[in-house]
Write a new protein. Structure first.
Length: 307
């Protein structure tokens, strides 16, 4: 049985005069996904999110959320969404608590003291609930924005660069919160970020866009596992090791050499054979470290090699 589609974009296009910001974009996000939305600056990520939130109109294409047309069911759909787009804005001279109370009332949300404090605790601001927002750091405002986005218990959470301005501990807390919302609360999370390591750690599925067009979409694990990996190996006779590699099926795959260390790329399924090949030819391999990161894959795709 196919999972329920929460987001369905079909042929989504946005033009600003002669600039095509988003070009015939198709993507599907399913219920329970933590979906990574990746791309370099200017790729069309924020424009896409603004169209999904009905902040700007598409030039053409269709947006369906929760199986319904956004154009025809705007109010009903937006009530089910919590979002942070760029940096959240608040009443700077009011406390964190008062901001959530007012913003909750504006959106028609239950704003009991218990509920507000639960959400402040969820984002680690419960001890500063009386503090005026003007005293908050940028990272703390991001946390308060998360609390605001979650206050009405949305089914879909759209986060545009949610860890901007956070220190490493704050980034980890946001990552843990996203996983909690997905796994424990059954929320669907659409996460746009330039911090590729964060997406690699928490996303179940992803899409990489470049110049407004989709380059690749699928399960994070499957996409990474299907690509070549980078291998750092350390050999006692590096010159002989290089000659052996260049005379084998791995010819032309060496990317760098420094002292006894050799770095090359190879299909994942051939790594055991490579190690065995060197050892059988009297090369003592003291280190053999495969590495495959989303950052490498991202760069490969956006630099055009993956097209």
């Amino acid at each position: 049985m196919e999972k329920e589609k929460i987001i369905e974009l079909t042929g989504l296009t946005k033009k600003f005069k002669d600039l095509v910001a988003v070009d015939s974009l198709n993507l599907n996000v399913y219920k329970g996904d933590v979906f990574g939305f990746l791309g370099p600056n200017g790729a069309g990520k924020s424009t896409t999110i603004r169209m999904m939130l009905s902040l700007i109109k598409p030039t053409r294409g269709e947006i369906k959320l929760f199986g319904k047309s956004l154009n025809e069911n705007r109010i009903e759909i937006l009530r089910k969404i919590g979002a942070i787009v760029e940096k959240p804005d608040f009443y700077l001279y009011l406390s964190a608590y008062k901001n959530l109370e007012i913003l909750g009332k504006i959106s028609g949300t239950d704003v009991s003291e218990k509920k507000i404090m639960e959400h402040l605790e969820l984002v680690g601001l419960e001890k500063r609930y009386k503090s005026k927002v003007k005293t908050f750091s940028h990272g703390m405002k991001q946390r308060l924005g998360l609390a605001q986005a979650l206050l009405h218990d949305p089914e879909l959470i759209i986060l545009d660069e949610p860890t901007t301005g956070l220190d490493p501990q704050g980034m980890k807390e946001v990552r843990d919160l996203v996983l909690y919302l997905s796994k424990e609360k059954g929320k669907t999370v659409f996460l746009s970020s330039h911090i590729l390591r964060e997406v690699e750690l928490i996303a179940s599925r992803m899409i990489i866009i470049n110049k407004g067009s989709a380059q690749v979409e699928g399960n994070v694990k499957d996409l990474l596992d299907s690509q070549n990996v980078s291998v750092l190996l350390e050999a006692d006779k590096p010159d002989e090791a290089v000659n052996l590699i260049e005379a084998s099926i791995w010819k032309g795959r060496i990317t760098s050499r420094s002292g006894n260390e050799i770095v090359l790329t190879a299909p994942k399924e051939t790594l055991a054979a490579l190690n065995k090949y060197l050892v059988e030819n009297k090369i003592e391999v003291s280190a053999f470290v495969p590495s495959r990161s989303l950052e490498e894959y991202f760069l490969k795709i956006t630099e055009g090699e993956g097209k």
